[in-house]
Write a protein that binds this ligand. Structure first.
Ligand SMILES: Nc1nc2c(c(=O)[nH]1)N[C@H]1C(S)=C(S)[C@@H](COP(=O)(O)O)O[C@H]1N2
Ligand SMILES: [Mo]
Length: 200
């Protein structure tokens, strides 16, 4: 990504066109956590991808920072109906992290320090759609918003963007994450209002 943001169309889109059905705009940034904010020590921070054969690929904090960094500029949409436009992040594309990972898997289960999990199809992490981000608006990502690093998957409801991200397991069959097992939609496309299981 060099200067263009996902969805760039050459001219500004009215804000109302960028608001998925049933959402309202916020200027502030609500904190939504299912538990306490974990303390994650950078010296011991590790991000680990485990493929379907059990092979592991890990990055330390300095190794993550040494990878090519991107600056996604995106809109985010929470299932509790707030949306925030024009958010600016910095981090590493999942394309970069998964480049040399051997896999035929179709599903991913993301896990966090603190125990949170969320699932998504592996293809939704690829092709410039997802990042491990560590700054927001030019500042280190605040701990309550997932610092030192969180997943960012802006095309899906924001519960998929796991805070305090720790690892990703690549799986041959779907395993549901924390909210998905509690009745949230397994995919979660905000444009189709896939909030809960019954929303198809
Ligand atoms: N580890 C972890 N990640 C999480 C959550 C959580 O409870 N724990 N909540 C999810 C939900 S429901 C939302 S809407 C966003 C909220 O992120 P924010 O608190 O930075 O707004 O984080 C998602 N990622
Ligand atoms: Mo959420």
């Amino acid at each position: 990504m060099t200067g263009f943001s996902p969805g760039f169309q050459g001219r500004p889109r009215p804000k109302s066109d960028r608001l998925p059905p049933g959402q309202y705009l916020v200027e502030d940034w609500p904190v939504l956590s299912a538990g306490p904010t974990p303390r994650v020590d950078l010296a011991r921070w590790q991000f680990t991808v485990t493929n379907e054969t059990g092979r592991q690929y890990s990055w330390s904090w300095p190794q993550l920072m040494a990878l090519p960094q991107e600056r996604p500029h995106v809109d985010i949409h929470c299932v509790t109906r707030w949306s925030k436009l024009d958010t600016d992040w910095r981090g590493v594309s999942l394309d970069t992290l998964l480049e040399n990972v051997e896999t035929q898997a179709e599903y991913a289960l993301v896990s966090s320090y603190g125990g949170y999990t969320t699932n998504l199809p592996l293809e939704d992490l690829l092709d410039g759609k997802a990042w491990i981000v560590h700054t927001f608006g030019g500042q280190d990502l605040h701990a309550e918003h997932g610092g030192p690093a969180r997943l960012l998957v802006p095309h899906l409801y924001f519960w998929k963007s796991a805070k305090w991200v720790k690892g990703i397991r690549l799986l041959d069959s779907e395993e549901l994450g924390f909210w998905e097992a509690a009745g949230y939609h397994s995919y979660g496309d905000p444009w189709r209002e896939e909030r809960y299981q019954d929303d198809d």
